[in-house]
Design a protein. Structure first.
Length: 295
């Protein structure tokens, strides 16, 4: 009965054939698929290159190393940038609908990671921004099949999205409190001799630092009334910290109960979308078939 129902569904929703040529399909398998031996090797080498690139950028920021080995490090950086540029182009060529990959999260990260070095030709110093390539380490979750970690990240994002209205109201309440107490502290401390509370904005800054329990100590009240108000604000800070934690915990529990599916490591050949359900036969973005066809 189950097989008959599946056949009926397939007849009503015919499989969309991949628009990739044989060489594009092979290229897609190597670059995007982490389940194959070639794809896994490619991703491991890519992660090694990303790690090396980040280390080079960090070392180049050290003055002594830059003076002695600057030219050598810059040469390595340019070599890696050219390698990443070729990889980015190959990713575009191995997708049926490149526009989906280009404007996807990973596509934008891949593009932004190679731009700083080229921009550095006209604007010196921008190549240091190449350290953003560290974001590409996010692929390690897919390569090492750590899908559960990705699901956990999705739960946190879902909880943040669900609680955004509560958090917004909470933030406005906090801003109101620090502005009121900052203004009161300016009235109390502003007229004392050599007072650090020289204006309301500076007093509000002190209120924010105190409420968040950071306490830099660069500004502090000297009058008894000011110290009393500061004590109240410090106690409020400990109480207020628990509010967003409670909101997030409640939403995460709800998101965990409603999210029970795991994700596949494969990638759609047509649009490059990743993160499909275990029982998914078609891409949720473009409808292309996810099953590998025999060649």
């Amino acid at each position: 009965m189950k097989n008959k129902l599946k056949n009926i569904i397939q007849q009503e929703n015919p499989i969309q054939k991949s628009r990739l040529s044989p060489w594009q399909a092979k290229l897609h398998e190597v670059i995007f698929e982490a389940d194959t031996k070639a794809g896994r090797l490619f991703d491991v080498i890519l992660l090694g290159a990303i790690f090396l690139s980040v280390i080079v950028v960090m070392l180049e920021s050290i003055s002594s190393i830059h003076e002695n080995y600057g030219t050598f490090l810059i040469g390595i950086e340019w070599g890696l940038t050219i390698l990443f540029t070729i990889e980015y182009i190959l990713r575009i060529l191995s997708i049926g609908k490149p526009i989906h990959y280009i404007f996807s999260f990973y596509g934008l990260v891949d593009l932004v990671s190679i731009l700083p070095t080229y921009i550095g030709i006209w604007y010196s110093g921008t190549h240091s921004l190449a350290v953003i390539r560290a974001l590409r380490f996010l692929r390690v979750f897919r390569i090492l099949k750590l899908g559960k970690f990705i699901d956990s990240g999705n739960i946190i994002l879902s909880a943040l999205k669900s609680s955004r209205h509560k958090i917004t109201v909470f933030m406005f309440a906090i801003l109101t409190i620090v502005m009121i107490i900052g203004s009161l502290m300016f009235l109390i401390e502003g007229r004392t001799e050599n007072s650090a509370f020289t204006s309301i904005p500076r007093s509000v800054y002190w209120a924010i630092v105190t409420l968040t329990t950071v306490g830099y100590g660069d500004i502090s009240p000297v009058t008894a009334l000011g110290q009393f108000l500061a004590s109240i604000l410090m106690i409020m800070g400990y109480a207020i910290i628990a509010v967003p934690t409670g909101i997030m915990t409640s939403e995460m529990i709800t998101s965990t109960k409603t999210s029970s599916s795991h994700r596949k490591a494969n990638c759609c050949k047509n649009c490059g979308y990743e993160g499909h359900d275990d029982d998914a036969d078609f891409c949720k973005r473009c409808g292309d078939c996810l099953k590998k066809t025999k060649s």
